[in-house]
Design a binder for this molecule. Structure first.
Ligand SMILES: [Ca+2]
Length: 81
């Protein structure tokens, strides 16, 4: 094996590692699985939105984005109870 081939293999391995790390970094979720603390549960949600949020509103859309359990009965009204 010539020196240039060996060098090529080393460069290839380093580039592969860098690409793997880059891919992991790019695919890492921006938020934890539960999202912002506001959407952790209905107690937190209704502190900001007393009575919950109805379907078609921005708070409802965000609630469904971060935590679908906030409308666990799927009646189109998050944290109505
Ligand atoms: Ca509901």
């Amino acid at each position: 094996m010539s020196l240039s081939v060996k060098l090529g293999l080393v460069v290839g391995a380093v580039a592969g590692t860098v690409m793997t790390l880059l891919a992991l970094w790019l695919t890492a979720p921006a938020q934890a699985a539960t999202g912002p603390a506001l959407y952790k549960n209905c107690a937190a949600f209704t502190k900001k939105y007393p009575g919950g949020a109805k379907k078609g509103t921005k708070p409802y859309r965000l609630a469904m984005k971060y935590n679908r359990r906030l409308d666990g009965d799927k009646d189109g009204w998050a944290c109505e109870k």
